[in-house]
Design a protein around this ligand. Structure first.
Ligand code: G6P
Ligand code: ZN
Length: 544
């Protein structure tokens, strides 16, 4: 069958953000919008003729439509084979594993992560390279450049693939294999964690609730937590993927998982609560009477990873995104291992992981993961927590408190101002940047002296590349810090993120209310950036 070349005209707005191209479904469903973007990706790659492409998504609205298009375009461009998850489903970490396991050339991950889905919701396409991780900026920049000048795309006129039928089908000369989305991933998890010990935990009456948020981790959690690990049926809730996430917002934070949080704070509630987002790469961890911040979770997992078989030889190093709290830095220091601070976006961890310089990575945005794949991995974090709980035989709260007594506590919060006018947000950042040189040495709130103020630039130690303007940092002499940056994942207007952090030593006060502990810094951020006056908002739209 001969590929057809179809003429098209470029769209000006196909610039990949922190994590692929995320837009409203209404934007994606414009004529040739998907086709242009996928062809631009393939035009920016070399050497894939006859090779394998992995395709999978989080099952959201438009997933199936985009997958059928992607398969045809892949066939017309000369890929030899497509591996696609049954029903078009692959969690983002599972897609990363499938790419690595089958030594594919790369993959298309279709998701808008934790953003709502449905005809009025969001959709996204992200290209991952052969290491299983998001494409580096070199590729995403080339893709964007290509989208601006594209004049045609290649496709085939064929019937739709039956995405529900496991096994092999053909599209032109290309083989399409529909695979079980869960099996390979579940095998991998069993190589990393002590499933017998976790089974023993559940057999001993340990009670857990896992909220799959009507999204992609449902089938994975049912198979692994209730199946292989023997947790009682009903442990996994909202476990059937829905194209609209049942009209929910699949973001595992304290706003959208408030009911679970409240349950964990009651005496009759379970011992452990966890959740994952739309595409399965984020995690939320709550113990009885103890919410664990993502930054603390990274530090705790790094400090205890050796208790799981996959990490018993120890970890090589830790990496965190710049806005993530420095709690993990103290663990790295104690272990005498490398610590790296990277820009926001999982793609920046890829080189460090490939080079064997770090084993565990994490972000304040509820992502943690390791060198087992090249994406953050929600269920992995949950299973590592379970493995640690099974070995230490303590509650989450006890483990967290012991950690703070050893390393000190980094009080931490993030205030988001969503859907702010993009012009106002950009001016706010520009004027703040202009103030930075004057700040060092200044004293705020009587005793908070600015030690440094800059716009973060990352020098990748592996490939030597530089990424500048990654967020404004204002650091104080006592280790406190204010970070401001604009989100790279929003789809409407701009989202301003304000990250606040204060360190309390190992023998200090660990039981303060987080927002109160950070109040002086919240005030300084307002004073410097004038957020309320400029945006007209009286309070953040989300506090994490
Ligand atoms: C996605 C990315 C993460 C990033 C997060 C927040 O989940 O995969 O790496 O930390 O978005 O990014 P943003 O630019 O919105 O702060
Ligand atoms: Zn996600």
């Amino acid at each position: 069958m001969t590929p057809k070349t179809i003429e098209t005209t470029p769209y000006a707005d196909q610039k990949p953000g922190t994590s692929g191209l995320r837009k409203r479904v209404t934007v994606y469903s414009q004529p040739n919008y998907v086709e242009n973007y996928i062809q631009a990706i393939f035009d920016s790659l070399e050497g894939f003729a006859g090779k394998t492409l992995v395709i999978g998504g989080d099952g959201r609205f438009y997933n199936d439509v985009a997958i059928q298009k992607a398969i045809r375009i892949a066939a017309a461009n000369g890929f030899g084979k497509v591996l696609v998850g049954q029903g078009g489903i692959l969690s983002t970490p599972a897609a990363s594993h499938v790419i690595r396991h089958y030594k594919a050339f790369g993959g298309l991950v279709l998701s808008a992560s934790h953003n709502p889905g449905g005809p009025e919701g969001d959709f996204g396409i992200k290209y991952n390279i052969g290491n299983g991780g998001p494409a580096p900026e070199k590729i995403t920049d080339a893709v964007f450049a290509r989208t601006k000048v594209i004049t045609s795309y290649k496709t085939l006129e064929t019937d739709d693939i039956d995405l529900d039928a496991i096994g092999t089908q053909r599209v032109g000369d290309m083989v399409v294999e529909v695979i079980d989305p869960v099996a390979d991933y579940a095998d991998l998890m069993q190589t990393l964690f002590d499933f017998d010990a976790i089974r023993g935990l559940f057999a001993g009456g340990f009670r857990m609730t896992f909220d799959a948020m009507n999204a992609v981790t449902g089938p994975f959690a049912h198979a692994i937590i209730e199946g292989l690990l023997g947790a009682p049926k009903g442990t996994v809730v909202n476990g059937t993927p829905s194209p609209t996430f049942n009209d929910g917002h699949p973001d595992p934070n304290l706003v959208y998982c408030k009911d679970m949080h409240d349950l964990l704070m009651t005496p009759e509630g379970p011992d452990f609560g966890a959740a994952s987002d739309g595409d399965g790469d984020r995690n939320l961890i709550i113990g009885k009477n103890r919410f664990v911040t993502p930054s603390d979770s990274l530090a705790l997992l790094a400090a205890n990873a050796h208790l799981a078989p996959g990490y018993k030889a120890g970890i090589a190093g830790i990496a965190r995104s710049m806005p993530t709290s420095a709690a993990a830095d103290r663990v790295a220091e104690k272990l005498g291992i490398e610590m790296h601070e990277t820009p926001t976006g999982w793609k920046f961890f890829g080189n460090l992981l490939d080079a064997g310089r770090v084993t565990i990575c994490g972000e304040e945005s509820a992502g943690t993961g390791s060198n087992h794949v090249r994406e953050k991995d929600g269920l992995w974090a949950v299973l590592l927590w379970l493995n640690i709980l099974a070995v230490r035989k303590q509650s989450v709260d006890e483990i967290v408190r012991e950690h703070w007594k050893t390393y000190g506590r980094n009080y931490y919060t993030r205030h988001d101002y969503e859907e702010v006018d993009a012009g106002i947000a950009n001016t706010l950042m520009q004027e703040l940047r202009a103030k930075l040189p004057s700040l060092p040495g200044k004293v705020f709130e009587d005793d908070l002296q600015v030690a440094y103020a800059d716009d973060f630039t990352y020098h990748d130690p592996v490939d030597g590349s530089t990424s500048s303007m990654q967020g404004v940092r204002i650091g104080f002499a006592d280790g406190s810090r204010i970070v401001l940056r604009l989100s790279g994942t929003g789809t409407v207007g701009a989202t301003l993120r304000v990250y606040l952090e204060r360190y309390e030593a190992a023998d200090g006060r660990h039981d303060l209310d987080t927002q109160l502990a950070l109040e002086p810094l919240i005030g300084i951020a307002e004073q410097l950036a004038g957020i309320k006056a400029r945006t007209g908002r009286t309070e953040p739209s989300v506090i994490t």
